[in-house]
Design a protein around this ligand. Structure first.
Ligand code: ATP
Ligand code: MG
Length: 454
């Protein structure tokens, strides 16, 4: 630790040959952000820190989005106060993170992420054999902090007190020129953190920027490095991308950059099938429309759509092999989710949601007896129905089925009776002996309905 500190002090004095970037102080009339536009909670966090004698700025995505005229998704604050110092200033706050210790400051319903300026990497930075940074948590100056950020448009610091943007890397100009430019050497920065390739695609799509050729060119060759990224991190990034409101554009761009391969391992296969592809584009376009209209979206629903065609073909193959309906479906679902798990750590809760939506699908075929009433009362009926409708819109099944359910759900009790199909007297159940559930799917309920998740 002391050795590291000495080295940093030493290197700062001797290696100043790599020129420190010049700061531009940009006034409000040039960037357009007035302090009233900043979320009050973020403004307050900056004010409290500044009153205590620290530097504090709104930084990153929020500044970028406000200049671009987009409502920021969340607010980050950067400061020269250490996490403990921040923690001591705010009663409702907690330190989180291991790789980077940051502080979450709660203010009313809002959470502001406060991070301490970080130092640049040095020879002590721990990386994997591909150059991916595994551990770094050394505090630095604002200049160093700016240089560590990924793109110039993300390295802008806004001071709500003076309404000034501090810009070390021409980010404001790049944003105005609609260019996404990497800070530093793009290949090195991708090696340090391959997720930056995905961020480039997502941010370019979201902000309508074109990726600077220097940042774009290395991507096809370096895309394989995504294979070394931990599955949980990839999942987070994929979720951000899919719920950005620009999923269609992002996936098209990912395919163009050849980045879609290592993500959902089967995405390229799925995108290669005309019917599967139609389903996915419809689902993504739907999600985009919901996000842009400010409506909530369900990650479970999203991933259920992305993987459905795999389940379908696996299920069909099993049926052709003589495996019986529902258990065959559950076996197919398990296999598809397991095949994704290595690459993409889908959280337990989300996989439970996915499974539930899939498991409801065959139940929509049963339009006789008590079954339709029971299905309507299912907590996840709506999600299951929306999924069914997408299947019909993509041509996988007849539109008649979702339309029947629409009518059935709206009908009065006496009308419903008349809509039911006659119960089959010798259904397959009577002719065939009931088989036991296959081993490996013990969680699923005996009637093919997994327990409803909360
Ligand atoms: P959005 O919030 O719209 O998804 P964002 O750019 O704010 O986009 P965050 O993940 O919230 O993304 O990150 C906040 C800031 O942290 C970024 O603007 C950038 O300055 C920095 N940052 C995030 N990820 C990286 C990374 N992988 N490498 C370098 N800097 C990063
Ligand atoms: Mg952000």
């Amino acid at each position: 630790m002391i050795r590291k500190l000495l080295r940093r002090v030493f290197s700062r004095h001797t290696e100043s040959s790599s020129p420190a970037p010049e700061a531009a102080y940009i006034p409000a009339d040039q960037h357009g952000i007035r302090s009233a536009m900043i979320l009050p909670a973020a403004r307050k966090v900056c004010a409290v820190l500044q009153e205590a004698g620290f530097k504090a700025y709104v930084v990153g995505g929020a500044v970028r989005d406000l200049i671009a005229g987009i409502k920021p998704k969340d607010y980050d604050v950067a400061t020269n106060a250490t996490p403990d110092e921040v923690r001591n200033l705010f009663r409702r706050s907690r330190i989180i993170g291991r790789r980077f210790r940051i502080v979450h400051v709660m203010s009313g319903p809002e959470t502001i992420e406060v991070s301490t300026f970080r130092a640049l990497h040095d020879e002590d930075t721990i990386t994997d054999e591909h150059g991916r940074v595994l551990h770094d948590n050394v505090w630095g100056t604002i200049e160093e902090d700016a240089t560590r950020r990924d793109f110039t448009v993300n390295a802008l610091y806004y001071d709500p007190t003076t309404e000034t943007v501090i810009d070390y890397h021409n980010g404001v100009a790049d944003l105005q020129k609609k260019t996404l430019r990497m800070i530093g050497d793009p290949a090195t920065r991708y090696r340090e953190d391959p997720v930056r390739m995905l961020r480039a695609v997502r941010l370019a799509a979201k902000l309508g920027l074109s990726i600077d050729p220097a940042a774009k060119d290395p991507i096809p060759e370096m895309a394989v490095l995504l294979e070394n990224v931990p599955a949980a991190r990839l999942f987070d990034e994929m979720l951000k991308l899919l719920s950005s409101g620009y999923a269609v554009l992002c996936i098209k761009q990912l395919r163009e950059e050849n980045l879609h391969k290592g993500l959902l391992p089967l995405l390229d296969v799925i995108l290669g099938q005309p019917q599967g592809e139609k389903f996915i584009w419809l689902a993504l376009a739907n999600t985009d429309a919901r996000v842009r209209a400010g409506k909530p979206i369900s990650p479970g629903f999203l991933f259920a759509t992305l993987l459905w065609n795999e389940v379908l073909s696996n299920w069909n193959a099993r049926k052709e092999n003589g495996e019986y309906g529902q258990p065959a479906l559950f076996a197919a679902m398990d296999e598809v989710l397991a095949s994704q798990a290595e690459k993409l750590a889908i959280t337990r809760r989300i996989s439970a949601d996915i499974t539930e939506i899939w498991a409801l699908q065959p139940r929509f075929d049963k339009r006789a007896g008590k079954a339709p009433y029971r299905l309507l009362e299912q907590a996840r009926y709506r999600a299951g129905y929306d999924f069914l409708r997408l299947r019909a819109e993509s041509g996988e099944i007849d539109m008649e089925l979702p339309e029947w359910w629409d009518a059935f759900a709206d009908a009065k009790p006496e009308e419903r009776e008349a809509m039911l199909q006659p119960e089959k007297k010798d259904g397959p159940r009577k002719r065939r002996p009931r088989k036991r559930k296959p081993a490996g799917s013990p969680d699923h309920g005996g009637n093919g309905t997994p327990a409803a998740s909360q």
